[in-house]
Design a protein around this ligand. Structure first.
Ligand SMILES: [Zn+2]
Length: 140
């Protein structure tokens, strides 16, 4: 496989393959998500792609009632809010994503620290179809 550059474009290309990929610094081992080509920890510029396991915990969240256009097209509005959060992955890095499997109308029932697993949402039609990163609450 040809080397893929450490850019968001390739991060999303991997997402389309249902892989959650981070860049890892070859010098200090730091993981970067979204990927970076230059390590902010040691300024190393040798990276390699690593696939993350996709499990994590909810660090912080907010419920969105005024949805941006793409989310309105996905069916969200003030009567059907959604939840986005910051997820800390088991490997350490954090990323923001939509949180599924929770009721955004009842935010008091959503708790930080809850276990999550990666989910891939396919949104849009035809040329606009793309994969969006999300995380799903694990039952129990
Ligand atoms: Zn580094």
């Amino acid at each position: 496989m040809a080397e893929r550059e450490f850019t968001s474009a390739f991060f999303y290309q991997y997402l389309g393959e249902h892989k959650l990929m981070a860049s890892q610094c070859c010098s200090c081992g730091a993981l970067h998500l979204p990927p970076r080509a230059l390590c902010p920890c040691c300024f190393g510029d040798e990276m390699e792609w690593v696939e993350l396991g996709g499990s994590g915990t909810l660090l912080a969240f907010t419920t969105i009632h005024i949805a941006p256009t793409a989310m309105i097209e996905a069916g969200y509005n003030k009567d059907n809010p959604y939840c986005t959060g910051i997820v800390r992955l088991a490997e350490g890095p954090t990323i923001s994503a939509q949180i599924l499997g929770v009721d955004a109308r009842q935010p008091t029932q959503i708790s930080t620290g809850m276990p999550l697993k990666v989910a891939y949402l396919e949104r849009g039609e035809g040329d606009k179809r793309r994969t969006t990163l999300a995380f799903e609450a694990i039952e129990g």
